[in-house]
Design a protein around this ligand. Structure first.
Ligand code: GSH
Length: 215
């Protein structure tokens, strides 16, 4: 199997974490057709990475769909609880990353490369991100941290997004972005202690620092 990947993509990085935790024979490569090209969009209707290519040429887009596929195909290292309520909570954390935190945080990327930053837009997104972090803290209070339950796909989906909270907000003057969400900070220190996550975070960080240096 092959995962079409970019080292600092928050979505591709989730797949990398799952593959490594499960010790799966998946290689990671930047798409040969390039990203955003008409050829790439013609080959893959959603036009985004990650894409998991199976050995028979079938492909799966969307990081959460890929993570669940790998989980169902290779359950030997389980990354989902069995209890239906705990499974629902796992999915809520995944959706929290994709539908709440991500949309609050990622518009700040546009500001990073603008010759003149839009301070009002920046303040709005910083507030929105803090708001979402507070909500996530409340969810974690209810669902528990991965020291009282097993690490699952919901945690893994959140990891790269929280990395970007810690990496991007300081570039806009917020020194300790998790200070206002202590339970998220505690969750973050727990997940960063997982060796595969630390390895993947280093790759995201290297890729993101490289991206910042590009003109
Ligand atoms: N919902 C998708 C989001 C994937 C996504 O946005 N990937 C970005 C890279 S981080 C991408 O491929 N962007 C290329 C483009 O938008 O043309 C997922 O979870 O896989």
């Amino acid at each position: 199997m092959k995962s079409l990947d970019l080292n600092f993509s928050p979505y591709a990085s989730r797949v990398r974490i799952v593959v490594r935790l499960k010790h799966l024979p998946v290689t990671f490569e930047y798409p040969q057709l390039g990203l955003k090209t008409p050829e790439f969009k013609a080959a893959f209707p959603l036009g985004k990475i990650p894409i998991l290519e199976l050995d028979d040429g079938t492909y799966i887009p969307e990081s959460w769909a890929i993570m669940e596929y790998l989980e169902e195909m290779f359950p030997e290292v389980p990354l989902s609880p069995t209890d239906p309520l705990a499974r629902a909570q796992m999915r809520v954390l995944g959706r929290c990353a994709d539908l709440h935190l991500g949309p609050a945080l990622f518009p700040l990327f546009v500001q990073l490369k603008r010759p003149q930053r839009d301070d009002a837009a920046i303040a709005l997104q910083i507030d929105a991100t803090r708001n979402e972090l507070a909500k996530l803290g409340r969810l974690l209070e209810e669902y528990g941290l991965p020291d009282s339950r097993s690490l699952h796909l919901g945690d893994i989906a959140l990891v790269p997004t929280i990395y970007y909270v810690t990496a991007v907000l300081p570039l806009f003057g917020v020194e300790d972005p998790l200070a206002t969400a202590p339970l998220v900070a505690r969750w973050w220190s727990l997940v960063c202690d997982v060796a595969v996550i630390a390895q993947t975070l280093k790759e995201i960080d290297d890729g993101f620092r490289g991206f910042l240096k590009q003109g």
